[in-house]
Design a protein around this ligand. Structure first.
Ligand SMILES: [Zn+2]
Length: 168
């Protein structure tokens, strides 16, 4: 178990579409465990593999003390009713934006043991799983807001990242 380094925006890796997992094996389970460690270390509710630089369709969530290991997720139903949530992202430290998404979604995926599961999500979990599935498609939360807000957040991130970069 280990905490992995996060990919921080702006970074071209966050715009890459991740590939399907072909087999849920020990290597994948190791990655899932490390992703949960990383998410907890960073105090997040969700994390996609792309955020630790791995382009596989994998995400983890921890909501109401329950951990979800989600592989190859597919949204099979979305409600017409929408929800606005003030979202943040571990790849955008300190940044928030109000994003409108379907209030409820039904998601099909493979679990930690490679078994197919269907999860009905609403409220925070629905927002979280849609945010993470977006990551697997190379989409980030500020892609859903106005260009002005998007550019404002990106400019802030450029400055933040400059400070994060170790002086060499
Ligand atoms: Zn995110």
């Amino acid at each position: 178990m280990s905490v992995l380094p996060l990919v921080i925006a702006p970074d071209p890796r966050l715009a890459v579409c991740s590939g399907e997992v072909e087999e849920v094996n020990d290597e994948i389970r190791q990655l899932l465990d490390d992703m949960v460690d990383t998410m907890r270390h960073e105090d997040g509710v969700g994390l996609a593999a792309v955020q630790v630089g791995v382009h596989k369709r994998i995400l983890v969530m921890e909501i109401d003390d329950q951990v979800y290991h989600v592989i190859n997720p597919e949204i099979i139903e979305s409600s017409e009713e929408e929800n606005i949530y003030d979202e943040g992202c571990l790849s955008f430290p300190g940044q928030r934006a109000s994003v409108t998404r379907p209030k409820r979604v039904k998601v099909k995926f493979l679990d930690y043991d490679g078994k197919e599961q269907i999860l009905e999500c609403d409220e925070l979990m629905a927002t979280c799983i849609q945010h993470e599935i977006d990551h697997l498609n190379g989409v980030v939360f500020i892609d859903h807001v106005s260009k002005m807000k998007h550019d404002m957040v990106m400019n802030k991130m450029k400055k933040i990242k400059k400070k994060l970069r170790p002086a060499t």
